[in-house]
Design a protein around this ligand. Structure first.
Ligand SMILES: Nc1ncnc2c1ncn2[C@@H]1O[C@H](COP(=O)(O)OP(=O)(O)OP(=O)(O)O)[C@@H](O)[C@H]1O
Ligand SMILES: [Mg+2]
Length: 464
């Protein structure tokens, strides 16, 4: 391919990519500045192209700009967070990777690829600010933070009682706890109960979801940042410091970025942290409770969690069974939720009708206790009755499958495959009907992927 063709191809590619691309020649003049970069920095291409970099970005220099560092020292950086001001003084936060292009031992150009995370950075600052405020005792008193303890936990099935016993034992010491359970099984409830039953109860309980933020933001959030760490950084305590003496809940640890896991492991081994960009080691004493909604075997097998970190976190393992495996607890929980919503909705429901009980007991609860609560809450708020018995007419669960099974107690001549096929077809038809044949919505109702539903519609030759 001729160089002209290459160039034209390159321009097409650069036009299409979502990441900002900025390339300087060896003299520090901009030779490539794509649309995404122009959008990100709110600068017109013509304001930047062919101009010396230092003239356009006046507050950046050889020491704080990754592009200039790459040009001057041949240094490459990957996924580095940068905060800087554009020409109009607007603060921009990006994740940058910068590479020098070296030919015959000479840097001939430098390439920077940038992802805009300004919104994300603003969000993480807000989270930290709020968390700092919550941490202040005088504010904590006035703010209603939902605190759970063992008295709030309902359930008497033997497999669930074992879980509670184990959690109570865990509250007697400070070892790391790894809680595993499907969504809505009560992981947070148990984590908080352990904390508020333990010696640490008067110190903070702080929860952070590890899946919500990219690595560099989560790192700053957990360990804090230090002035001078990167452009625009401020001195701020991270969650480890804020939770000192208390408990830090690392929610969805299976989604924590892999690189950060190594840093977390080091902190847990050494019991001190260093703020991002800081030089001082700060001793910390924080109990770690982590949660995952995937089985540890799977997350280890798929390499989502470092084994060495897992062993540190998994000193006590608590595995909460899904609600469908402890059906004995369903009605007990349902009554508790009825009481809760009697109060909130100003109602006086006292009992559950027989058919409603049957419905509740036959359902599989993919969303576990949270889903049961939603079913009760919406049935109570939809019902016109102020008092009396809760019946199933307002249940948002798929009644058809329950009815169908009850009406066809005997499989008869069909055989189980055909029987189940017909049952599935009927459930799908019903889901489509209640969603006006909207496949996306029907898939949501059925809690399956849209593609899976489409496949089944074809298989069962359902006309929509
Ligand atoms: N055994 C229980 N007794 C009383 N309430 C419960 C119980 N289990 C769960 N809940 C309630 O169900 C809801 C979901 O619980 P929680 O937030 O602890 O679940 P989770 O496992 O952390 O879910 P997710 O994985 O989606 O974060 C909460 O409102 C909680 O109070
Ligand atoms: Mg949770």
């Amino acid at each position: 391919m001729k160089s002209k063709e290459y160039l034209s191809m390159l321009q097409k590619i650069l036009h299409l990519v979502d990441e900002g691309v900025h390339v300087l020649d060896k003299n520090g003049n901009t030779i490539i500045y794509n649309d995404a970069m122009s959008k990100l920095e709110k600068m017109e291409t013509k304001e930047v192209i062919k101009k010396p970099f230092g003239e356009v970005f006046k507050n950046l220099n050889n020491e704080n700009s990754t592009l200039l560092k790459a040009l001057k020292y041949g240094e490459s950086t990957t996924n580095l967070k940068q905060t800087y001001l554009n020409k109009y003084g607007k603060e921009i936060t990006t994740i940058n990777s910068t590479l020098p292009v070296v030919v015959n031992d000479e840097v001939v150009a430098v390439v920077e690829v940038a992802k805009n995370i300004t919104k994300m950075a603003e969000m993480s600052h807000t989270i930290l600010k709020l968390q700092n405020e919550i941490g202040k005792p005088e504010i904590a008193k006035t703010k209603k933070i939902r605190k759970y303890n063992f008295n709030n936990i309902i359930g008497e099935s033997s497999n669930f009682t074992e879980v509670i016993e184990k959690a109570k034992k865990a509250s007697k010491n400070s070892a790391s706890v790894f809680i595993f359970g499907e969504t809505g099984t009560g992981k947070e409830l148990i984590a908080q109960s352990i904390h508020y039953e333990s010696k640490r109860k008067d110190k903070p309980f702080i929860a952070q979801n590890c899946a919500a933020l990219p690595e560099s933001l989560l790192e700053g959030l957990l360990f804090g940042t230090s002035k001078g760490g990167f452009t625009g950084a401020v001195d701020r305590a991270g969650l480890f410091e804020q939770a000192n003496g208390g408990t830090l809940l690392l929610d969805e640890i299976n989604s924590m970025p892999y690189e950060l896991q190594a840093k977390l492991l080091r902190v847990l081994q050494e019991n001190y942290i260093r703020r991002v960009g800081g030089t001082r080691d700060i001793a910390i004493d924080v109990r770690i409770i982590s949660t995952s909604n995937e089985h540890p075997k799977i997350i280890l097998k798929e390499g989502k969690l470092r084994k060495d970190l897992f062993y540190r976190l998994n000193v006590i393992q608590i595995s909460i069974p899904p609600l469908r495996e402890r059906k004995d607890d369903v009605l007990m929980l349902a009554h508790m939720f009825i009481e809760k919503y009697n109060e909130r909705l100003n109602k006086e429901v006292v009992s559950i009708s027989e058919d409603a009980k049957e419905n509740l007991l036959n359902y599989e609860y993919p969303g576990n206790v949270r889903e049961l609560e939603n079913i009760i809450m919406s049935a109570m708020s939809m019902s016109d009755d102020q008092a009396g018995t809760l019946n199933s007419s307002n249940f948002s669960i798929q009644k058809t499958d329950v009815e169908y099974i009850n009406n066809h107690e005997e499989i008869g001549n069909e055989g189980i495959d055909e029987y189940l096929g017909n049952l599935e077809k009927k459930i799908i038809k019903n889901a489509l009907k209640i969603n006006n044949n909207n496949i996306t919505k029907a898939a949501e109702t059925l809690k399956i992927k849209r593609q899976t539903l489409q496949h089944k519609i074809k298989k069962y030759e359902i006309n929509i």
